[in-house]
Write a protein that binds this ligand. Structure first.
Ligand code: UT7
Length: 391
């Protein structure tokens, strides 16, 4: 009996603060027309003081669980694809686990830059197809504004902040993830780099990388992207046993409209089969594909049985393509809306209380440990034998 990982829920979070091309032109030497004509970007969202990679991931993840009407306490696996974790440790996935109250879930971050979400989606789908897990929450979340050099017009115009998520469940019905193609070429690692942890010197990359900000050779990455996107999609389609003309919707990483058009051309797809929202958000790294997927669903761009291809590329260099068959969520007799909202509220509160209980236990453990150490020290000070030994 073969198992398939189906997307049962999808969710996104984009920060409310909008930064337009004109806003950027106020502090770097550029103009709105140049940015839009060379990239297709009109505006992007920027994380506010309450938005971090973790909080955005949490909100998108919760939205995906809510769309599936799934119980957070029953989530078995959480993978967060990100290159901008709030901290190197703990992982963003572990923090999300605690925030949503997924007490039973394994959790880890996955780093494959802008290809990260499709990598994470592929890993989770395989763990589900193998029978190891029955469900998984896969999130792509990046606060790119935190690592940009806002004086570098070659990069700061491109990126935005967001998070997107899939909630996957095992099912015997054929569909969901059909095939994937993952790849990497570390020899191009120096073409797109992010902040370091202490020492940036890697012999093959050279020592002169920017230390604390994103740095990019735009033209070289552009050439790589136009070469790899169509190729990765074709490889994944071949593995799925499908041809290019069987693709119903193509959801590429939203990095540059010219890269997207070139990939569509390579695949022989007209632009009406390509989902584009780059004008609204710019390049949101690991969040770009799940956010685009959510909006494609919201806009009614997916029909039951559609073949969907997603392709990402980015730093590493890395690339990742996946082919999925969209099977609409089975219609079940629905409770009245108010009953569903109430049930969800009870589940979330119960899951969060479970998580809170663990946090309180950690605090109590710490207090008890500290308390017993103080008592031990005081007892030793009072012990005359020990005192005379010291003297
Ligand atoms: O997730 C993956 C992330 N990365 C990417 O996908 C990026 C891929 N690369 C690109 O999207 C493009 O290479 C860019 C949008 C970054 C740059 O566009 P381009 O058409 O490749 O421009 P260019 O680097 O060839 O530069 C053309 C000219 C240069 O001036 P000169 O030397 O011809 O006088 C640049 O200095 O445009 C200039 N330029 C700008 N002018 C106004 C570069 N950035 C800007 C700017 N505003 N923001």
């Amino acid at each position: 009996m073969r198992l398939y990982a189906h997307i049962r829920g999808w969710g996104k979070y984009v920060p409310p603060q909008v930064m337009t091309n004109d806003d950027i032109a106020r502090f770097v030497d550029t103009n709105a027309e140049w940015i839009f004509s060379r990239t297709g970007i009109a505006e992007r969202r920027i994380a506010g003081k309450d938005d971090t990679t973790t909080t955005m991931a949490y909100k998108a993840g919760l939205a995906a669980l809510s769309a599936a009407d799934a119980d957070p306490a029953k989530v078995e696996l959480i993978i967060v694809a990100t290159m901008t974790p709030d901290r190197v440790m703990p992982s963003t996935a572990s923090l999300v686990q605690s925030l949503i109250g997924a007490e039973k879930a394994a959790a880890f971050d996955l780093g494959a830059a802008c290809s990260g979400f499709v990598y994470a989606y592929s890993v989770a789908s395989q763990l589900i197809a193998s029978g190891a897990y029955r469900n998984a929450l896969v999130i792509g979340s990046d606060a790119m504004s935190h690592i940009l050099d806002w004086n570098d017009r070659g990069t700061c115009i491109l990126f935005g902040d967001a998070a997107g998520a899939f909630y996957l469940e095992a099912d015997e019905q054929e569909g969901g993830m059909l095939a994937f193609e993952l790849g990497s070429d570390g020899s191009g690692g120096n073409l797109l780099t992010g902040p370091t942890v202490g020492n940036s010197y890697v012999p093959s990359c050279g020592p002169d990388l920017k230390y604390n900000a994103l740095d990019m050779n735009g033209r070289a990455v552009f050439r790589f992207a136009t070469r790899i996107m169509g190729h990765a999609a074709e490889e994944a389609l071949q593995k799925a046993g499908l041809t290019k003309d069987q693709v119903d919707l193509f959801i590429p990483h939203q990095a540059n409209i010219r890269i997207i058009e070139s990939a569509a051309k390579q695949l022989g797809l007209s632009m009406d089969k390509v989902y584009v929202n780059i004008h609204r958000y710019g390049n949101t790294s690991a969040a770009s594909i799940p956010v685009a997927f959510c909006e494609a669903v919201e806009e009614g761009r997916l029909k039951d049985g559609d073949n969907v291809v997603v392709v990402g590329f980015g730093g590493g260099l890395t690339w990742a393509a996946a082919v999925m068959k969209w099977v609409a969520v089975p219609e079940e007799p629905q409770d009245p809306y108010s009953a569903r909202v109430a049930r969800r509220w009870v589940r979330y509160q119960r899951a969060r209380l479970g998580s809170l209980k663990h946090r309180v236990e950690h605090i109590m453990d710490d207090w008890l440990e500290t308390g017993s150490r103080i008592v031990e020290k005081q007892a030793k000070r009072r012990d005359p034998k020990e005192r005379s030994e010291k003297e």
